[in-house]
Design a protein around this ligand. Structure first.
Ligand SMILES: [Zn+2]
Length: 387
């Protein structure tokens, strides 16, 4: 079996921080993680990679991202998913759930078809085990950058039809919409994790969906009811109900540093998931312009804003940078934070025993992060170095 030995690794994995370690990978899996540096000789069957003291972390899992490098997952162009997955891999994301926008049924099916074509081609970049539908069953008053024209009522039949083309792993919808509480149950039956997002729900609405199993919140605090002292809304629910898995955009723009501090220091880290919610303008240079829902957007100083009015249009965040931001703001050790970039997502999606840790028996999806630049210098998928 093909063997890769990673030497001089600073391993950071949930609950683990070993400054000098050797990682032995056999085939797709981690065979062992040894404390200390071991001198290993390369041969025909063994590749030795010296990472010179850089961090080796579990490959990031981004469950909410729309695009990168000028491509959006909902583009009709079949090339879009390939370029998008290539960019995500450069970011250190080894597993991604490409996320749709609130668009027509035909466009959703076309996106699923493109994801299937990417899978059929052997997933040459980041792994795409399924997709995330953001909408179309959202609250028309909380659309954000989603097009209200395509908003419709929860309909499990439509989800099942799309899932026949390519697996749907996660769906963001508004629990307060007609049939929204029962919809959570129907999603679980169909093998889809339901999430509350783009919502004007009151806490009572959330409690009904919670009874039906709902445990996920889409981009916590963004496009949901704020905390009020007589109606705690969805933001209050996120703080009160510990086991809600809350997605958080950690770019310090969608949520200010104080809010990030509040979330990461007051909520259980077992139920926080970092996401990028990145748009096609991520991985692009300043000056890049595009239209979204007919509105012109321009990228300046790394921020995507509407040309008219200057409203924020989406994120350009890289996963590793999100981790750095939260580490800087909160001072929480990386070994505690790193579960929010991979393992929590893996647990919720049913892969917690094989994905999201740098430990014996886990799949060798790994990212090597330069601690000065916070960008990946190497990325491994299934034990194979792809970057
Ligand atoms: Zn989104």
């Amino acid at each position: 079996m093909k063997k890769t030995v990673i030497v001089n690794a600073h391993v950071v994995s949930p609950g683990v921080d070993i400054e000098k370690a050797t990682i032995v990978v056999e085939g797709k899996k981690i065979k062992k993680v040894i404390k200390g540096s071991k001198s290993v000789k390369a041969d025909a069957n063994t590749t030795v990679v010296d990472v010179r003291g850089q961090y080796v972390m579990p490959g990031f899992i981004d469950v909410h991202t729309h695009g990168a490098l000028g491509y959006d997952f909902c583009d009709a162009d079949p090339k879009a998913i390939f370029e998008f997955a290539k960019a995500k891999l450069q970011e250190g994301v080894t597993t991604v759930l490409p996320t749709t926008l609130t668009v027509s049924n035909g466009e959703l099916k076309a996106a699923a078809k493109n994801a299937k074509a990417y899978a059929d081609a052997g997933m040459p970049y980041a792994k795409v085990p399924g997709i995330h539908l953001e909408g179309p069953f959202i609250n028309v008053k909380c659309c954000g950058a989603q097009n209200p024209k395509f908003v419709r009522k929860p309909d499990i039949k439509e989800v099942k039809e799309i899932a026949k083309v390519y697996p749907v792993k996660l769906i963001s919808y508004a629990v307060e919409t007609e049939g929204g509480d029962k919809f959570a149950k129907e999603c679980f039956k169909a093998g889809v994790v339901p999430s509350c997002g783009h919502t004007g729900a009151k806490f009572a609405d959330l409690k009904k969906a919670y009874k039906n199993g709902l445990r996920h919140m889409t981009h916590f605090c963004n496009q949901m009811t704020p905390l009020h002292h007589r109606e705690i809304g969805m933001v209050g629910a996120g703080f009160l109900v510990e086991d809600l898995n809350t997605e958080v955009i950690c770019d310090k723009i969608h949520l200010c540093p104080d809010m990030l501090n509040l979330i990461f220091t007051r909520r259980s880290l077992a139920h926080v998931q970092m996401i990028t919610d990145s748009l096609r303008c991520s991985h692009c240079k300043d000056g890049y312009a595009f239209t979204m829902g007919g509105l012109e957007v321009k990228l300046e100083n790394g921020e995507a804003r509407l040309v008219k009015g200057g409203n924020l249009a989406g994120s350009t965040l890289w996963m590793g940078m999100g981790l750095k931001n939260v580490h800087d703001v909160t001072g929480i050790p990386l070994k505690d934070l790193v579960r929010t970039t991979s393992w929590n997502q893996a647990i919720e999606l049913g892969w917690g025993k094989t994905l999201g840790k740098v430990e014996k028996g886990y799949i060798a999806d790994l990212v090597v992060i330069n601690p000065r630049r916070w960008k990946p210098s190497a990325v491994f998928i299934d034990g194979e170095q792809r970057i």
